[in-house]
Design a protein. Sequence first.
Length: 236
Amino acid sequence: MNYTEFDYKILTTQLRQYSDEKYKEFHSGLSVGSNYIYGVRIPILRRMAKRIAAADWRGYMALAKDDSYEEILLQGMVLGYAKCSLEETFDRITVFLPKIDNWAICDTFCSGLKRVRQDLYETWKFLMRYETSEREFDRRFVVVMLMDYFLEGKYLDQALDVIVNIRKEEYYVSMAAAWALATAFVKDREKVLGILEGKDLDPATHNRTIQKCRDSYRISEEDKALLKSLRRKTGG
């Protein structure tokens, strides 16, 4: 059955019905973006996205609007669940990326793109198109995708190299890099320790990486003490 304008009106009605005022207030403080927020919790949005993906998801994508945080997030979730070729996925990511203007949509979108594991080589080539993008959230997208899918095996060294060298003067790129490096520390302690001891990062990202590591329950107290000693002075 084709997805219609009436179906989309039902969807927006459901978003209003599922609105949680306390969650809306909480999430509004976390998400730096320009869109209206209904305040619908992620598990509900995932259920809605799965239903759309199982039906006429291309029809939905053709009609989807960018009028709210949830409507944009739903598009990203649907793309993650939809059955299509990797080539079509890349084409649709290209269209979707300019809509990302906050960390929450970026990170949720990345975590749902598990289809990229079908061909990490082609995915890597696609991601590198955005490595030098002027847009902050394009580069955050690259870093979070590397963290989610490339911090192991033959791609680990390459991924770390990109994370270290990508432009990250903006807060949300720097924080993504710190998160990715803290994740990598658990997988390959020596490589990340070498990056920190070699002062390969700008001071802000360096210290954020150490803090992310120290916040992790997967890193030993001994290593946390060592990492604390590697903190660098910033500013001044």
